[in-house]
Design a protein. Structure first.
Length: 453
């Protein structure tokens, strides 16, 4: 049997060897739970979006996914067996709140059972309140284009944090509002499938307003730290030309600063006005103060770098540079960008709280052979990103933990089930879980870490 590569790890003095540096795995409700019509769960925008032919590869949907709703106990045992000390999951808003805005006890009971299992195994739970699965009945009233959705989100945060008070180690309001706003409302590749930057700018404001309104509600009900999870990516100009440099600054503002400037400076980047002169955020008095409420931590999701050039107008285009390492998604592997972004954010935002890397990982076309999955590229990817995080910490960035994306292969949104991000392989016919070599390499690292403590 071939021997798998070991994780190449930062030296013994690195903070990632310390037991208080948290290592977890991450998932999201719609990507793994299935059971979309069980125990009073209402449809989400992803159920509706997936029902439209052509929206999702192979016509896949999240109806069954990894059947985690029924297999959560085994999945928690798997997580514990691999030696993780934390788990980031999301709560499905349409599962726990009914159409009248009241708690659905059966939906809440699922998360109570999950939390019981995590507690039995000593795994710290980190709960995200909205990982893109907005209830469809709210979309029918305008979704994130309607300011009222921000209030509905805060109300949901209030109710669920009362119900689960004392049970989680951290609350994360939104996952990747940039993707909800931009990919869902400007590019149309995600639910709800709208296609105008004007919609994206409006949706983003209401997403962030919902976040800002939810934070005090969470704090009033529970002592657990509160944060938001933002996705970021490296941006490099394709050339030294003034046009490409300007394009890169605008792409950086769009991809990375839109959310973080709002959270930590209380304003939207000026470059967005240059990119989309007609798109105006519906800001009312006091909104930016609400949005920039101080946080206990910020979650950063990082996967790749984009090389961008001017589109000849006031926008930019992403170029496919040849000769670089890419993943199954076509995303460039570029750990240095993670380090550079973390250091830049640390310098740009004096108010930035401690950071958790809340997602990092890669998709590969993994297959089970003789009971093993030899995902060498992922092992190298993880080790190189650990090194980048270590370098950022050496430059003063306060990183407290890392969650690998993802525990399981799962429903990768518009790509369906073809793209495999898990450190555990899922056979969707049998629901058999097979830890990949990367999971075994992480397990061995956790064991070494425990022995050194
Ligand atoms: O699968 C997604 C996840 O839901 C959000 N962050 C990026 C991942 C990979 O695309």
């Amino acid at each position: 049997m071939p021997v798998s590569p070991q994780l190449v790890l930062p030296p013994a003095g690195s903070a990632i060897w310390r037991r208080d540096f948290l290592f977890g795995a991450a998932t999201a409700a719609y990507q793994i739970e299935g059971a979309t019509e069980v125990d009073g769960r209402l449809p989400s925008i992803w159920d509706s979006f997936g029902a439209v032919p052509g929206n999702i590869a192979n016509g896949d949907t999240g109806a069954v996914a990894c059947d985690h709703y029924h297999r959560y106990a085994d999945d928690v045992a798997l997580l514990a067996g691999l030696g993780f000390s934390a788990y980031r999951f999301s709560i499905a808003w349409p599962r726990v709140i009914d159409e009248n805005g009241r708690l659905n006890p059966k939906g809440v009971a699922f998360y109570q059972r999950l939390l019981d299992k995590l507690d039995e195994r000593g795994i710290a739970p980190y709960a995200t309140l909205c990982h893109w699965d907005l209830p469809q009945h709210l979309q029918d009233r305008g979704g994130w284009l309607n300011r009222d959705t921000s209030l509905r989100f805060a109300d949901y945060a209030d109710q669920i944090s009362r119900a689960l008070a004392g049970r989680v180690r951290g609350w994360m309001t939104l996952n990747e509002p940039w993707v909800s706003a931009y990919v869902g409302h400007a590019e149309g590749r995600h639910a709800p499938g709208l296609r105008s930057p004007r919609y994206a700018v409006e949706a983003m404001h209401h997403l962030l307003l919902g976040h800002g309104l939810a934070v005090p509600a969470l704090r009033a009900n529970d002592k657990a730290p509160v944060g938001l999870v933002a996705n970021v990516n490296g941006v490099t100009a394709a050339s030294d030309s003034a046009e490409d440099q300007l394009a890169a600054r605008r792409a950086h503002a769009n991809n990375n600063l839109w959310v973080l400037d709002a959270l930590f400076k209380g304003q939207y980047p000026e470059e967005l006005r240059q990119l989309w002169p007609d798109a105006i955020a519906p800001v009312r008095d006091g909104d930016m103060a609400t949005i920039s409420v101080p946080l206990d931590f910020v979650g950063i999701n990082y996967y790749f770098r984009a090389v961008v050039a001017s589109d000849g107008g006031h926008g930019y285009v992403v170029q496919q540079t040849p000769g670089v390492e890419r993943t199954q998604m076509g995303w460039e592997v570029h750990p240095d960008s993670l380090r550079n972004l973390l250091v830049e954010f640390h310098q740009r935002y004096p108010e930035m709280p401690p950071v958790y890397i809340t997602e990092n990982g890669m998709a590969s076309d993994d297959r089970v052979q003789d009971g093993r999955v030899h995902d060498e590229q992922r092992i190298r990817y993880l080790g190189r990103h650990f090194a980048a995080i270590d370098q950022a910490m050496q430059q003063g960035v306060d990183v407290r933990g890392y969650f690998v994306w993802s525990l399981l292969d799962n429903f990768e949104w518009a790509y369906g089930y073809d793209k495999r991000f898990g450190i555990v392989h899922v056979d969707y016919t049998t629901q058999q879980r097979t830890p990949k070599d990367s999971a075994l390499a992480l397990k061995s690292f956790f064991q070494q870490r425990a022995e050194r403590a």
